[in-house]
Ligand binder design. Structure first.
Ligand code: GUN
Length: 284
């Protein structure tokens, strides 16, 4: 079997086109969706990410603000900036790029963002809303994975067993909750799991979100399973690669996401979707 690729670039293009139409419609009514991106320090990877986020906003017709601060910015100063953005009516989404410098408490900053503007979906109120099925913003990466499953006709996952590898607050845990909300039977596995292969071999859907190469190999999935690879790593030659053995798995899986060009572009796309939603909610 050769797996079908789930193309994150193509799906992103379609979804961003839909967001651009919604943004144009809301702008015509007098409200332009706005995202504020806050970067503290000069982490090179973060600089690339925030540039891509701001560019994506421009492409769909959003108002965007990039606030860049020196690594010496104090926690109190950052909290004051967040408060000011919470009260700024031209801003519907606030994203504080992580990681923050060591002297700033990430958790405190995230909790300072208004849940109404928490387009990253990292606030405890957003996580709680997902847990109990209330309205709230969904974390962008797992939300993007759900859209990828939907794109291959897997919207209602009743009768399917999904195995998530990884339990981070920003991917593994919200991923499991979204799969559950779509009626899947869900298993969360992690570094303390005794026999990972025994778990993943039962799966109809495997989502790998560990941040380590080759955590999932061809012998660890059943033929026809769907593999979603959230990983972003470098191989020995410095090339971008995911968490799964793509070459081996594409001979066993029915569908698989490539790296690059899979989940990666979907994260920013869902940030745009959340910001659009935030703006529409303030208008309603
Ligand atoms: N750092 C790496 N990914 C992300 C993300 O999705 N959101 C934020 N705020 N910081 C990040």
């Amino acid at each position: 079997m050769t797996a079908q690729l789930i193309d994150g670039n193509a799906l992103s293009k379609q979804l961003r086109g839909e967001v651009a139409q919604r943004a144009a419609a809301l702008t015509a009514k007098g409200l332009k969706p706005g995202l504020a991106v806050v970067l503290v320090g000069d982490n090179p990877a973060s600089q690339v990410y925030v540039r891509n986020k701001v560019k994506a906003c421009e492409d769909v017709g959003f108002h965007s603000v990039l606030e860049k601060y020196d690594a010496t910015l104090s926690e109190a100063e950052l909290l004051a900036r967040v408060e000011s953005l919470n009260n700024d009516p031209s801003i519907h989404g606030i994203l504080v790029q992580l990681p923050l410098p060591k002297h700033i408490d990430d958790h405190k900053v995230i909790e300072a963002i208004s849940p109404l503007k928490d387009v990253d979906g990292f606030h405890v109120a957003s996580a709680g809303a997902l847990m109990v099925g209330e309205v709230g913003f969904k974390a962008c990466t797992p939300y993007g994975c759900m859209k990828m499953l939907e794109s291959i006709g897997m919207k209602d996952l009743r009768g399917k067993h999904a195995v998530v590898i990884g339990r981070s607050n920003i991917v593994g845990k919200p991923m499991a909750m979204m799969l559950l909300a779509a009626n899947a039977t869900v298993t969360i596995t992690h570094s303390g799991t005794a026999d990972l292969g025994a778990m993943t071999r039962q799966a109809d859907i495997v989502v790998a979100a560990v941040g380590k190469r080759n955590v999932l190999t061809a012998d660890m999935v059943k033929p026809g399973a769907v593999v979603i690879d959230v990983g972003m790593n470098r191989d020995d030659e410095g090339k971008l690669c995911g968490d799964v053995d793509f070459a081996g798995l594409k001979e066993v899986a029915s569908h698989i996401t490539p790296v690059p060009g899979g989940v990666g572009p979907m994260t920013i796309t869902m940030l745009l979707v959340n910001t659009m939603e935030a703006a529409e909610r303030t208008f309603a």
